[in-house]
Design a protein around this ligand. Structure first.
Ligand SMILES: Nc1ncnc2c1ncn2[C@@H]1O[C@H](COP(=O)(O)OP(=O)(O)O)[C@@H](O)[C@H]1O
Ligand SMILES: [Mg+2]
Length: 366
């Protein structure tokens, strides 16, 4: 019960209390009974060791201490019995009162100790659970990284093989030296196109495999969307495909990396343009949505078959002949690093809406 004090200190305390009780009893013997006030005062000092015993060692210790006090006082009580009967009676009656006070103090201290011990136990259990949870999360992250790495290398090998085969074929024809003027031009253009494709693939792949951490800063979303629209102006598109901006009220600032977020929205807009084979609008919107700023890219294109939807964010998933299948994977990764979410939603009518939810700046959200 006396778990708070080290054993050495407990021993010293017991010795001190015993010495105190013995000294008081000796004084009772030495001081003549005529100094009755002094005896009375000394008598009340017994209260101290009895209560200390209860508080430090538990309520039972008060009982033992009272018994010890009673024993050492017995000779004094016997002497006082005939000379000062009222005083002697006081001595007898005060013993149990001190004892009860000591036991109550001991019980309260015990209760507090138990409460503290159970708190300590709960804290230790919580720490253990937290540690296990953390280890599990680390394990999961590692497993996910490994499977992504495996997926990536398999996908990359596959993606490189086709353009490489075309380049080798074209180079082989040129090397034989018997190609006509027209086929020389064809071969060179095959080499050019496929080399560019490999270059694009590698650039996106590196962005995916070695993403740089975002340089977070307070930023406005509307100018970022404006510069995406200016870039998208140069993208190849079917006749009658227009890109529109739809922003209503003034938007709060967010915390983000403007360059990376521009890349994400540009990816979405280009995908939307490519998915619109005939006239239609691509609408880029932004609005406050609870704790987030939501950027939407909505098109009236061919849409995504339900079976493909779960796969579009996988690296190398593409339905385009010259696609890398890395645009959405890179974008999702960037958005995740911003603490946001990128999601795809089929429209009621035609086409898709991509939603980019970005957390507001902490100060603004508060
Ligand atoms: N707005 C869209 N409408 C229809 N399909 C889309 C849209 N955006 C993406 N997709 C589908 O998701 C696939 C993966 O896109 P992405 O990762 O950008 O790679 P890529 O554009 O190189 O194919 C696309 O090939 C396409 O099938
Ligand atoms: Mg794309």
């Amino acid at each position: 019960m006396s778990g708070d004090l080290p054993v050495r200190k407990q021993r010293w305390l017991v010795a001190g209390m015993a010495g105190f009780i013995l000294a008081l009893s000796a004084l009772h013997q030495i001081v003549p009974l005529s100094y009755i006030q002094l005896h009375n005062f000394m008598q009340h000092l017994y209260f101290l060791p009895i209560v200390v015993a209860g508080v430090v060692f538990g309520w039972r210790a008060s009982l033992w201490c009272t018994a010890a006090v009673g024993l050492t006082q017995a000779p004094h009580i016997a002497v006082a019995w005939s000379a000062e009967p009222v005083y002697a009676m006081d001595l007898l009656l005060e013993g149990p009162v001190f004892c009860i006070a000591g036991m109550v103090a001991g019980l309260l201290a015990d209760r507090e100790r138990q409460y503290r011990a159970s708190l300590e136990m709960t804290k230790r259990k919580l720490e253990q659970v937290y540690l296990e949870l953390q280890q599990n999360v680390e394990r999961l992250k590692k497993a996910e990284r490994l499977s992504a790495a495996g997926q990536l290398s398999a996908g990359l090998a596959h993606e490189i093989r086709n353009p490489l085969a075309s380049i080798c074929g074209a180079a082989g024809i040129l090397k034989r030296g018997n190609a006509t003027g027209e086929s020389v031009v064809d071969c060179l253009s095959i080499i050019d196109v496929e080399a560019q494709r490999l270059n694009r693939l590698l650039t996106s792949f590196l962005q995916f495999a070695r993403p740089r951490p975002p340089k977070m800063q307070p930023m406005e979303v509307e100018p970022m969307i404006d510069s995406v629209l200016a870039l998208a102006d140069h993208a190849h598109r079917a006749p009658g495909v227009v890109v529109l901006k739809e922003i209503g009220a003034a938007l709060p600032e967010i915390e983000g990396d403007p360059e990376q977020l521009k890349q994400v929205v540009l990816n979405l807009v280009i995908n939307a343009i490519q998915a619109t084979p005939e006239a239609g609008a691509v609408r880029v919107g932004a609005a406050l949505e609870g704790e987030c700023l939501r950027v939407t890219v909505r098109d009236e294109g061919v849409g995504i078959p339900e079976a493909d939807l779960p796969r579009i964010f996988e690296p190398f998933f593409t339905t385009k002949d010259d696609g890398t299948g890395l645009g959405l994977a890179v974008s999702a990764r960037i958005v995740e690093q911003h603490g946001g979410r990128l999601s795809a939603h089929p429209n009621e009518g035609r086409g898709m809406t991509f939603r980019l939810d970005l957390p507001l700046r902490r100060s603004v959200a508060a």
